[in-house]
Ligand binder design. Structure first.
Ligand code: SF4
Length: 232
């Protein structure tokens, strides 16, 4: 499978939601060139959204990890953070498998999609504010197709702010707080969670139980009839 084939975003998203060849951020494009030189087998392009193009749940992370999503071409795949995220999606019936192994595996997301506020790997996992703003056009195009009553889950404050910017919602009155949710237009609700990073989970800033509570709130908002956690 070619990298370009791997990189196909869901076809039901607008074309403006993703560009395999984007180099608008010179610093990030140069960094990707350097990482590609060191790791020729890595994906090393903007990482496209993964999942259902018509999903009612859209999860927004920060940016690809160097040896995870940047290597595999799929958000949160190969990243430690993906273990809790994909496991929880499976528990709640949004994923067909409990883990994401890489492009070409059997995993399908059901009514859910994962994307990032910044599509390219940033040095030190820290995108610059200008890079977050530049990439926001892609997120805005992607979120422009959110169905009425959808749920958007922000993993961390940067993702939260990027979502508000993309949806042209003033940040005033919508401060990021783990476990909080914010009513937006057309019945869409923004849910906040600490990022499921290795640091946050190892330090127990975010526990699986805390993450599950956020998903229960999302379940209720979406009026989903049942999930695997209800069945268990
Ligand atoms: S971070 Fe976004 S805007 Fe910047 S080069 Fe990558 S895809 Fe383009």
């Amino acid at each position: 499978m070619t990298r370009r084939a791997i990189a196909l975003a869901p076809t039901s998203l607008p074309a403006a939601a993703y560009d395999f060849d984007c180099r608008r951020c010179a610093r990030l494009a140069g960094f990707l060139d350097a990482v590609r030189g060191d790791h020729p087998g890595y994906f090393c392009h903007p990482v496209p959204p993964f999942g259902d193009g018509n999903a009612r749940l859209v999860i927004v992370g920060l940016a690809p990890g160097k040896h995870g999503a940047n290597a595999t071409g799929r958000p949160f795949t190969g990243d430690y953070a993906g273990i809790l995220l994909y496991g929880t999606l499976f528990d709640f019936g949004f994923g067909s498998e409990p883990e994401s192994l890489g492009a070409g595996d059997a995993l399908r997301l059901v009514d859910a999609r994962i994307t990032n506020a910044v599509k390219c790997l940033p040095p030190g996992n820290k995108p610059l504010p200008a890079e977050i703003r530049e990439c926001n056009a892609y997120l805005a195009a992607e979120l422009s197709t959110l169905p009425e009553g959808a749920a958007v889950l922000a993993l961390g404050r940067i993702a939260h702010d990027a979502i508000l910017r993309a949806l042209k919602v003033p940040s005033r009155g919508h401060a990021f707080k783990h476990g909080a949710s914010h009513a937006l237009d057309r019945g869409v609700r923004l849910f906040d969670s600490y990022h499921c990073s290795r640091y946050n989970t190892n330090t127990k800033r975010l526990t699986p139980a805390m993450f599950k509570r956020v998903f229960r709130d999302i379940d209720r908002h979406l009026n989903r009839e049942r999930s695997r956690t209800d069945i268990a």
